[in-house]
Design a protein around this ligand. Structure first.
Ligand SMILES: Nc1ncnc2c1ncn2[C@@H]1O[C@H](COP(=O)(O)OP(=O)(O)OP(=O)(O)O)[C@@H](O)[C@H]1O
Ligand SMILES: [Mg+2]
Length: 367
């Protein structure tokens, strides 16, 4: 049934340009959903297509269920149809001249499945995606969301050991996307199939993935459960990409275990979490999420003096621009009352656990 996926040192170099995939390694245990997330052009689709066998990798090894399906160094390349993979793409890719049922039945035609078993599987797949009542409808008489469900049912009907999905929700309107992404996770989990899911939408990645892999320029930077990604980003790019948009600058005065005391560029001392590689004396930039900064003193020793420079009222929340250590940061405060006026001093609380110091040489690389 469902199989583990193993990708080792995968590289794909097209004829032109830098490598689209540049040494990517990861393991997906059977039954897990891993989401590849990253900006446009970072190599998500190429990675997925290499796993599917639609793209010929330049180097590295891919195994499905413990069996190598691609190993260019050994001249091994198993064609897509022999990989027992289900695929769902951005475009619905359903056959317009067929009914829902005929679409779902199609993959079973060339497989050795009996008539009764075919009927049973089609019924099961249609029920799974909630389209039982639509079986005899032409697919052209369906909504986008329903067509995507047909595509999903069609990719699951032959019980693949691995399901690959490339931005399957991006052609749908926002409301439908929200609904279908929760359904998708439920459906995938119900079948127990291992899944590799590609998106550039963070909320989709968080809602769907057991783990999320962040990619940039052909490299996999971090693969972790969502909460780890948001609370311990491996580098400045991951921090920035997941929304830690504030940057403060300083130098490491001393380290205490996982944490460091910093002398800030504009004066003042500050405590932050720092990866082990960050040494005393090193210049660092500290990433902080606007939502993690609390205005006011919180009974915590980690409070600092700041000043309100600007304020934007949004009704249910207020965004403040503050001056802290001579630098500008943004803070979001929930609630309908904007409590602090422009020019007023304000205390803020910044737990070291939620401030991450990275080497000053790292780039956030907003694209
Ligand atoms: N057939 C090709 N020939 C040459 N370069 C390619 C080809 N396909 C993709 N690339 C390049 O490889 C890189 C990775 O592309 P890929 O489609 O994997 O990105 P992606 O992360 O899926 O982006 P998006 O979010 O826009 O879909 C890009 O720089 C792209 O231009
Ligand atoms: Mg893509």
């Amino acid at each position: 049934m469902s199989a583990a996926l193993d990708v080792r040192d995968l590289r794909k170099q097209f004829v032109i340009g830098r490598p689209a995939v540049d040494g990517v390694s990861f393991h997906v245990p059977a039954g897990e959903i891993v989401v590849l997330l990253g900006p446009s052009g970072c190599g998500k689709t190429t990675t997925l297509r290499c796993v599917a066998g639609l793209e010929h990798p330049t180097d590295g090894e891919i195994s499905i269920g413990g069996t190598a399906v691609s190993a260019p160094a050994r001249g091994l390349l198993v064609p897509p149809r022999h990989r027992n993979i289900g695929m769902v793409f951005q475009s619905y890719a359903v056959w317009p001249h067929m009914t829902v049922k005929q679409n779902v039945a199609f993959p079973l035609k060339h497989r050795d499945v009996s008539g009764a078993e075919t009927e049973r599987r089609i019924a099961g797949a249609l029920e799974l995606v909630g389209l039982t009542e639509y079986a005899s409808r032409p697919v052209t008489a369906l909504s986008g969301g329903q067509m995507q469900r047909v595509a999903l049912a069609r990719s699951l009907v032959y019980q693949p050991q691995l399901l690959l999905l490339d931005e399957p929700l991006s052609n749908l309107d926002a409301k439908l996307r929200l609904r279908l992404r929760d359904d998708l996770r439920r459906i995938i989990k119900q079948t127990g199939v291992t899944a590799l899911y590609v998106t550039h939408d963070q909320s989709e990645a968080v809602a769907l993935g057991d783990r999320i892999g962040v990619m940039r320029e052909g490299k996999l930077l971090q693969l972790a459960p969502a909460a780890d990604l948001y609370n311990r980003p491996a580098d400045l790019f991951v921090a920035n990409f997941t929304g830690a948009s504030n940057l403060l600058h300083g130098q490491v005065l001393e380290r205490q275990g996982e944490f460091a005391t910093l002398a800030m560029q504009g004066g003042g001392r500050f405590r932050a979490w720092a990866p082990p590689a960050i040494a005393v004396g090193e210049r660092v930039q500290v990433a902080v999420r606007p939502e993690n900064i609390q205005l006011g003193v919180n009974g915590s020793e980690h409070s600092y003096d700041a000043r309100v420079v600007a304020q934007r009222y949004h009704g249910t929340q207020t965004t403040y621009e503050l001056e802290l250590f001579g630098e500008r940061i943004e803070v979001v405060e929930l609630g309908t009352a904007a409590r602090h006026g422009v020019g007023s001093p304000v205390k803020l609380t910044l737990p070291p656990n939620l401030c991450w110091a990275y080497a000053a040489s790292e780039t956030a690389g907003q694209e």
